[in-house]
Design a protein around this ligand. Structure first.
Ligand SMILES: Nc1ncnc2c1ncn2[C@@H]1O[C@H](COP(=O)(O)OP(=O)(O)O)[C@@H](O)[C@H]1O
Ligand SMILES: [Mg+2]
Length: 290
């Protein structure tokens, strides 16, 4: 059986530009995986997202090479509007996605468009409102709520449609740390339910790493590295050289590693860092460090 997403020797150059925005991408994403995508601005992350939900080549003009398959079918082969049922994208500027007069209508609108029955819409609405803590906002107009709340509404609207693949393109870029955490809390709950394949393009590594099964690093349109999260960060020296800065705790243990004071795994979470630190202290007290 083929993977849910298969990208083969794929390049895309926007019309009137000289360099491809993404080059020779090869990537496989299995169903149910949570993939974190990182890379500096201009590295091709959004182009990748557009390529997965058909905005490229549907809405943009350019030159394509290679192929992008979703559920075994080339993106271009999907009848108009069909791919968007399977691949939902939450963009970093949620405002542009809103069309309804109330938050509730905004959530219902997409489901109606998919032709869901009223009982089904009710059931999903309840589920998604609960998941994203949106009940106090349901009757408000989307333009009256805060940036963080808008992000949650945009997320909920896509979630309500339960696409097989959900892509979040810098979903927290405009948010303060507390609102950012709330968006990641929703993603954590979602991951527990394991319903969707989730691709999150995000700069906030602290939040992303604990959730990501796999990580991908893009640079200048190329996929430099893609692996399970722990092996991915064994490449920490290369990542830092190329301008990616992992969370402080990971950098700290990497430094200890370089000095020969630590030879364990790099901690992926604060809890793991605390554990590693305790183990290290125990060794120091036992006089075991040389
Ligand atoms: N609509 C467009 N027309 C022409 N070039 C574009 C367009 N969108 C993005 N690009 C270019 O494609 C490259 C990758 O951009 P993008 O995919 O937005 O990267 P990222 O999301 O990682 O910041 C950049 O060089 C950018 O200038
Ligand atoms: Mg982008």
């Amino acid at each position: 059986m083929s993977a849910l997403i298969e990208i083969k020797d794929y390049s895309w150059r926007y019309l009137y530009t000289t360099e491809p925005a993404v080059k020779n991408l090869n990537l496989t994403v299995e169903e149910g995986v949570f993939l974190g995508v990182i890379g500096p601005n201009g590295s091709g992350k959004t182009t990748l997202a557009y390529s997965l939900n058909g905005l490229i080549p549907g809405q943009y003009h350019g030159v394509k090479e290679g192929a992008v398959y979703v559920a075994g079918t080339e993106v271009e082969e999907y009848p108009k509007g069909e791919l968007q049922r399977s691949v939902g994208v939450v963009f970093s500027d949620p405002e542009s996605q809103f069309t309804a007069m109330t938050v509730e209508d905004e959530l219902v609108f997409g489901m109606e468009n998919l032709g869901m029955s009223i009982p089904e819409i009710r059931e999903r609405l309840e589920w998604v409102v609960d998941l994203t803590n949106l009940s106090p906002l349901l009757l408000k107009p989307p333009y009256e709520i805060s940036g963080g709340q808008k992000q949650r509404v945009a997320l909920a609207a896509v979630l309500a449609m339960t696409p097989r693949v959900m892509i979040l393109d810098e979903p927290t870029s405009m948010l303060d740390p507390i609102s950012r955490k709330r968006v990641f809390d929703v993603l954590a709950k979602l991951k527990k339910e394991q319903k969707n394949t989730i691709i999150v393009i995000e700069h906030s590594l602290e939040n992303l790493i604990p959730l990501a099964d796999r990580m991908a690093f893009m640079l200048n349109g190329e996929l430099v590295l893609e692996d399970e999260t722990r092996p991915f960060f064994t490449q920490i020296a290369m990542l830092m050289e190329k301008g990616i800065f992992p969370p402080d705790a990971m950098q700290f243990f990497h430094q200890l590693n370089l000095r020969g004071w630590y030879d364990g795994q790099l901690p992926l979470t604060v809890e793991e860092a605390a554990q590693s630190l305790r183990a290290l202290l125990a060794r120091t007290q036992a006089g075991g460090l040389k």
